[in-house]
Design a protein around this ligand. Structure first.
Ligand code: PNS
Length: 164
């Protein structure tokens, strides 16, 4: 049974993430979407909010589980008996960070293999950060995030002035 872990901040989940989950399902028996609590990154949404948003976005996806985690990804991978870390690669600009992370994770746990998948072209310019900024300045993010995420963003950003 191949258990693949797809870690990320998912602050918030976008159609790009969902596209990657669909692709990841093709190379896994069980895909665990692992939402990092990480208060260091000062996420806009709490980890519980993000987990709920991801669960709702992936409702009906069989062989997909959504969990939160804290600490090292490789430790979480071991805990859930996973062997593969899945990440998306959108553009060359992602490469440096991802390359460093993959090699670091391999060093931390030689049993951890990182696999990169490319999202569909129409999502290559999508990022959670851009989504937050667009909503903050009154732009329309329909087509980038599920409706419930759009609503949550508008609600949150109306009461928060800061986009992280
Ligand atoms: O969605 P993001 O913010 O690009 O995801 C980054 C994430 C969560 C994959 C990365 O920050 C991570 O793995 N954090 C957990 C801590 C860890 O394992 N650090 C060592 C890897 S260099």
């Amino acid at each position: 049974m191949r258990i693949v872990v797809y870690p990320g901040s998912f602050d918030p989940i976008t159609f790009g993430h969902i596209d990657l989950v669909r692709r990841g399902m093709r190379i896994s028996d069980l895909l665990i979407v692992a939402v990092l609590a990480n208060p260091n990154k000062k996420p806009l949404f709490t980890v519980d909010e993000r987990v709920a948003q991801v669960k709702s976005a992936l409702k009906g996806f069989k062989r997909v589980k959504v969990m939160s985690f804290d600490g090292l990804t490789v430790k979480f991978l071991r805990k859930v008996s996973g062997t593969v870390i899945l990440r998306g690669l959108r553009a060359v600009s992602d490469f440096e960070f991802e390359f460093q992370m993959a090699l670091m994770n391999r060093k931390l746990d030689p049993g951890a293999e990182t696999v990169y998948l490319m999202p569909a072209e129409q999502f290559t310019y999508l990022s959670s950060r851009a989504i937050k900024e667009i909503v903050q300045f009154g732009g329309d993010v329909t087509g980038f995030v599920p409706a419930h995420v759009k609503k949550a963003l508008e609600r949150k950003l109306r009461t928060t002035n800061l986009v992280r």
